[in-house]
Design a binder for this molecule. Structure first.
Ligand code: KMH
Ligand code: ZN
Length: 284
């Protein structure tokens, strides 16, 4: 389903779990850096900020306290923006640590809709585990706590679990699906115009969609997603280069470019208030 005419919901994926300051010094890690980045992205036109927690050394972490600290820091800088915490976490986290962010009570959280296999790096052979029974339990908890899930789908096969949640009444319409294209995991699909189109083609009903594409595919595919009536996610979690050979200077730089592109397409960035109304996100 398409966003209301003339609107685009922009999400800034501020840090993720894989990008380090060695790769791009602008990646925000500590709560004050995350809050500053959230504020700049909001000022630039982002309605939602997607956040992973890092410890003092910059390693992904998953404690309620750390997420609460981040939420308070973001709220201190910017009371309006929608905070979406990641339940994807990082490869060093247990399943319990990954979902501990829900206890900090954000307005939104990511909900990964299937299991993928890591094939490269230190964690090759370790699954990014998201079994149906766990997805159901996390969705139920989000429903109880009025946390809106953004369902991360890395291929059309994950729509089976989207439909399962809908059938069991574990999520409430309108649903929000994020097409995650180009992850280097076994089970994820490539970031191409054709895969984006086919994710859209088979999207279950009553679902708005968001487009995430990794690396150099971020700009063309988020643009295509906006043309198709979807949201756009940009940020250092997914892409550290502004253009070939030039590192991104800040998350806001990517949001600014998305807003400029949207305007050329006659689209305005939805405010957080408008995004809450469109997606059914409860203000906290
Ligand atoms: N970076 C991708 C794995 C999550 O945090 O829950 C998509 C993602 C998932 O952002
Ligand atoms: Zn993430």
């Amino acid at each position: 389903m398409k966003l209301p005419a003339g609107k685009v919901i922009i999400t800034a994926s501020l840090n993720g779990a894989l990008v380090t300051k060695d790769m791009n010094p602008s990646v925000p890690e500590q709560p004050d850096e995350i809050a500053q980045a959230a504020r700049e992205c909001y000022d630039a036109g982002a309605a939602i900020v997607h956040i992973h927690a890092r410890d003092e050394q910059g390693k992904p972490c998953g404690t309620r306290e750390r997420f609460a600290e981040i939420l308070a820091a973001v709220r201190g800088e910017c009371s309006e923006v929608i905070v979406q915490f990641s339940t994807g976490g990082g490869s060093n986290l247990t399943i319990e640590e990954r979902v501990s962010c829900l206890d900090a009570d954000p307005e939104m959280a990511s909900l990964n809709m299937g299991t993928l296999m890591r094939q490269t790096g230190a964690n090759a052979g370790q699954p990014f585990s998201n079994l149906t029974k766990d997805i159901e339990a996390w969705a139920a908890k989000m429903k109880d706590m009025a946390i809106k899930p953004e369902m991360e789908c890395y291929s059309q096969s994950m729509y089976r679990d989207v439909r399962n949640l809908i059938k069991k009444g574990l999520i409430e319409p309108p649903y929000y699906v994020n097409f995650v294209l180009g992850m280097m995991y076994q089970g994820a699909i490539e970031a191409t115009p054709e895969t984006l189109m086919s994710m859209y083609q088979f999207l279950p009903e009553d679902c708005f969609f968001n487009t995430t594409a990794t690396g150099a595919a971020q700009l063309p595919l988020t643009t295509m997603g906006m043309v198709m009536g979807g949201g756009a996610r940009v940020g250092l979690e997914d892409n550290i280069y502004f253009r070939r050979g030039e590192l991104v200077k800040s998350n806001a730089q990517l949001v600014e470019r998305t807003v400029r592109t949207a305007r050329e397409l006659n689209l305005e960035a939805a405010t957080p208030g408008e995004a809450r109304a469109i997606l059914g996100v409860v203000k906290k």
